[in-house]
Write a protein that binds this ligand. Structure first.
Ligand code: FES
Length: 150
């Protein structure tokens, strides 16, 4: 029902696909499979085309994400400054692998290839808040900040 409402805000034009996906993601926190089918029907494109877009853009998720999305940059500049170790430390502290969500649905850990601010790497982003020059001993305080935020 909600998806139909979102589709109603647009005019069934294929050029609106990304906008529609952003609206669905904002509404549900992810793109539910039934939304893909409805969007495909409305825009008269194949579901495969939509899945192609969804896998290309990291902003979209096909699974429900946690309350806090922790993104660790693994682009070249961040990688050479220890990005991999930051991811491993995050995995240890959160007890999930990159790409997974904690059982309490509080954190989702993801990696990304360059956030466009290489000079301040390694970079971690939590729900849009950037942390620069992240070192191993900054990982725990970052997570603690959100654990305690409720
Ligand atoms: S490589 Fe991390 S911001 Fe560019």
């Amino acid at each position: 029902m909600e998806i139909a409402k979102i589709l109603g805000e647009f005019h069934g034009l294929q050029k609106d696909l990304i906008h529609i996906l952003h609206r669905v993601q904002a509404q549900f926190g992810y793109i539910p499979p039934e939304a893909v089918a409805q969007i495909a029907e409305c825009l008269k494109i194949s579901e495969n085309e939509i899945f192609g877009v969804l896998t290309f853009y990291k902003a979209f998720s096909l699974e429900p994400r946690g309350q806090y999305l922790v993104t660790v940059c693994l682009g070249t500049a961040c990688h050479v400054r220890g990005g991999v170790q930051i991811v491993e430390e995050m995995e240890r502290k959160l007890q999930v692998k990159a790409g997974q969500t904690t059982p309490d649905k509080k954190f989702t850990l993801e990696t990304v290839n360059c956030l466009g601010c290489c000079a301040i790497g390694p970079v971690v982003v939590v729900n849009g808040k950037y942390y620069s020059h992240v070192t191993l001993n900054k990982v725990e305080p970052i997570i603690k900040e959100y654990r305690e935020a409720g």
